[in-house]
Design a protein around this ligand. Structure first.
Ligand code: MG
Length: 370
């Protein structure tokens, strides 16, 4: 199917409670910055990256899609996802100005749109196109109850409510002070009992000595993983931490390349890999990370910059992907929103990558692309 048109779009969608914070970010909206690709015959594919809804930087991504990537795609065959990935990622002038950052986020949106178009053109959901389902249901873990901005009471109430709704896993944020976070972690563990997996996420705030102090005291809380305990790119420090604590380490939402994951794996710094199709250059590149993880017998829990609209297809079709994040902020924006029942994702059945926005979302949340 020949590609006839490529166009960017920006949606800004409010988060739960209109404001959330972790140790390093505080946001009121999630940015859905995407590409709509039209093939011959009028079929449309949608893909998007995830941002903090900062319009000036979102418009840079949109401009990259419209002026740098679109001309490389018009007239090409949409189903050639691997070849087109290389055409964009290895374009000499684009590679020169950015192998990470805005160019990669723009590429992510376009790559996912191509996969959406490909799946729609074959009238199958993406998981089926990727080889079929390896599991009947996907275990969800709830992140939306664990923000650092929540009071202690609200945190405990949310954790209990998630368990009551059937979630068997939750994640809470840390990275304020060691003492406060330990107290919150212990209170949550007491509230939910020992049958629920409890992960924590530091968002790269602490240094190694502070993190070691926290980990030593937290080891009796049965922490499922400690996500981004240190600065995102610090391979050696993560390796040092991994040797010093029994708590499994997880990371990946800020890594742009397969090589970055390979470095962490090579140093035995990670127990869980968390690639994201909105951070790397799309689904095509994340599939390579999943293969890498499988080769090292490491589990994958994709980070949900797409709020799992796309990643659910990976978790249904890839053995290595054993857990998936749940944050419901943008689910109402899509024709086939993610659906979690009793703590498990329902398998999407409509053709495509579950990325087609509703007309209402288009009207309500759309921002100018320039
Ligand atoms: Mg995280």
């Amino acid at each position: 199917m020949r590609i006839e048109h490529v166009e960017s779009f920006i949606l800004h969608v409010p988060v739960t409670g209109n404001q959330i914070a972790d140790s390093t970010h505080s946001i009121s909206h999630w940015g859905v910055v995407g590409a709509r690709i039209t093939g011959e015959g009028g079929l449309m594919g949608y893909g998007f990256t995830g941002t903090h809804a900062h319009l000036p930087s979102d418009q840079l991504i949109a401009r990259c899609i419209d002026t740098c990537l679109a001309p490389l795609l018009i007239g090409q065959q949409a189903q050639d996802t691997e070849r087109l990935w290389l055409r964009l990622a290895r374009h000499p002038a684009l590679q020169w100005v950015g192998r990470a950052g805005i160019t990669t986020l723009a590429h992510a949106a376009v790559d996912v749109a191509l996969w959406d178009l490909k799946a729609k053109s074959q009238s199958m959901p993406l998981w089926q196109l990727l080889g079929g389902a390896v599991r009947e249901q996907v275990r969800a873990y709830n992140t939306d109850i664990g923000w650092l901005s929540l009071s202690d009471e609200a945190l405990l109430r949310g954790a209990q409510q998630a368990v009551d709704e059937g979630f068997t896993g939750i994640k809470i944020k840390v990275g304020s002070t060691v003492e406060r976070d330990l107290q919150r972690l212990r209170a949550v563990r007491r509230a939910i009992g020992d049958q629920i997996t409890l992960a924590i996420d530091g968002n790269g705030k602490w240094d190694l000595s502070e993190t070691l102090r926290f980990c030593r005291a937290a080891e009796d809380c049965d922490v499922f993983w400690f996500e981004e305990p240190l600065w995102y790119d610090a391979v050696q420090a993560h390796a040092q931490l991994a040797r010093a604590t029994r708590i499994p380490l997880a990371l990946g939402e800020q890594l742009y390349s397969v090589d970055a994951f390979a470095q962490f794996i090579g140093q035995q710094a990670l127990a869980w890999l968390q690639p994201d199709v909105t951070r790397m250059a799309g689904l095509t590149d994340v599939l390579r990370v999943i293969e890498l993880a499988a080769a090292h017998r490491l589990p994958v829990a994709p980070h949900a910059g797409d709020m799992s609209q796309v990643h659910q297809h990976l978790n249904f079709s890839r053995t290595a992907c054993t857990a998936l994040e749940y944050i419901p902020w943008i689910r109402a924006c899509f024709e086939e929103p993610i659906e979690v029942v009793d703590g498990h994702y329902r398998r999407p059945e409509q053709p495509g990558a579950s990325t087609t926005p509703t007309p209402q979302a288009w009207t309500r949340y759309r921002q100018p692309t320039s």
